[in-house]
Write a new protein. Structure first.
Length: 423
């Protein structure tokens, strides 16, 4: 076993990328964190799996122990540690155990994160504290406790899975608490990259598109995977960044851009369903025109650009909705939606996918709405006809959402069924 401070270990680390290096990865029991761990393990790296899940989760697969087995199966060495990044004692104990086991720490990947996509009035302080505690405080604290050991490494890196700092109000208006927490991770990059310039490389990495993870499926349902890329794209980009010298620091990087700059041209191999349009990720300003061209290029079925008839376009849309909802849709969705429409055909409409075989119509819903969507009536028609993607409408401020974001994402499935029904 190599010590991360020994000359032999560092020589091997440089020759074989991450071989012999020790990575401390938070949230590495599943998803992106585990994917980065496995990528490094194939080089023969040592990986500290710092995550909470020691016992199987009822909805999320994987534990720190199953992740350790996978890491060792591909050639790495694993050290599973039960760590809640909000707990200073647990982090400190894991760091000390890592140093005692592997001789030091060369790389820290701050991957652990919590998400709650709700507005200010709909976000309980318990959730605010959770996001700030894990995303911001956890990242800062883990970095602080790992830094004394990183400073002893020959090519130390900190990589935060966090977005570019983008002050476009679009990224605040619907989920201010989450944005503050996530941007806190990015601010750690901004500050620490300068504070430790020449000593430790500190960078941020963010996906260009949605990534298929168990958490993503919980938010958007099993069908959301077709619009996602595999975790491998983030792992490959992280591997590329972590293989750079410490002079490569202070960057806010996007996975596709990193790989493209290093010669990758085939991104279909990263898609869950090659050719299917992809969901853009948060915090990256959408290129509306380019996204539309990309959708056509990926073979999406083109929709009619004819203007909806002026005699009741919203009613026409709801007639189609009524034709595709049934007990199975209701069972799979379990949500009540209210649409507050403005513009030429303004008014209030509802969609009940919680009761019986479902219902839809004009006026307030029969029970309190789980999700309230506000938008211009023309954009509403475009959204349900497939001409405007809900994600794009939300990201560009054309759609405002209050309530359960998970249920809001599920509504995309109904829109897809509507478009099939019209073909």
């Amino acid at each position: 076993m190599f010590s991360s401070r020994s000359p032999e270990s560092h020589k091997l680390c440089f020759l074989l990328k991450l071989a012999g290096c020790t990575l401390f990865i938070t949230g590495a029991s599943r998803g992106i964190g585990k994917a980065i761990a496995l990528k490094a393990a194939k080089d023969g790296a040592n990986v500290v799996i710092a995550a909470k899940t020691a016992e199987p989760h009822p909805k999320l697969p994987g534990t720190i122990f199953t992740a350790a087995q996978e890491i060792e199966a591909v050639g790495g060495k694993a050290l599973p540690c039960v760590v809640d990044v909000r707990d200073e004692q647990q982090i400190d104990a894991a760091v000390q155990k890592a140093v005692n086991t592997f001789g030091g720490i060369d790389i820290l990947v701050n991957n652990a994160s919590a998400i709650q996509l709700t507005g200010t009035l709909a976000t309980p302080m318990k959730k605010v504290d959770l996001m700030l505690g894990i995303n911001l405080r956890g990242t800062y604290l883990t970095s602080k406790l790992c830094l004394p050991h990183l400073l002893k490494s020959r090519n130390p890196h900190i990589l935060n899975l966090s977005p570019p700092l983008n002050l476009n109000p679009i990224w605040f208006q619907n989920h201010t608490a989450y944005t503050m927490a996530k941007y806190g991770m990015s601010m750690c990059v901004l500050g620490m990259a300068e504070e430790f310039r020449g000593q430790v490389a500190v960078n941020a990495l963010w996906p260009k598109t949605a990534i298929e993870t168990a958490a993503m499926e919980m938010m958007g349902g099993a069908g959301v995977g077709a619009q996602c890329r595999k975790v491998d794209i983030v792992a490959d980009a992280a591997y590329t960044i972590l293989s750079q010298p410490i002079s490569y620091t202070g960057h806010f990087l996007v996975d596709e851009d990193v790989l493209r700059e290093h010669g990758v041209r085939d991104f279909d191999s990263y898609a869950i369903q090659p050719g299917h349009p992809l969901l853009p990720d948060f915090f990256l300003d959408p290129e509306t025109e380019g996204a539309a061209k990309q959708t056509q290029a990926h073979g999406a079925t083109p929709t009619s650009t004819d203007t909806p008839p002026s005699d009741g376009p919203i009613e026409n849309t709801f007639n189609i909705i009524r034709g595709v909802i049934n007990a199975d849709v209701v069972k799979a969705t379990q949500g009540v939606y209210q649409f507050d429409l403005s513009g030429e055909h303004g008014g209030v409409w509802f969609l009940d996918l919680k009761s019986g075989a479902g219902s839809a119509g004009q006026g307030q819903p029969p029970v309190k709405a789980d999700v309230v969507m506000s938008m211009d009536s023309a954009n509403f028609s475009k959204m349900f006809s497939g001409q405007l993607k809900p994600t794009m409408a939300f990201m560009t401020g054309k759609l405002r959402i209050k309530g359960d974001m998970t249920l809001a994402i599920k509504l995309e499935k109904l829109m897809a069924r509507m478009n099939k029904a019209k073909l």
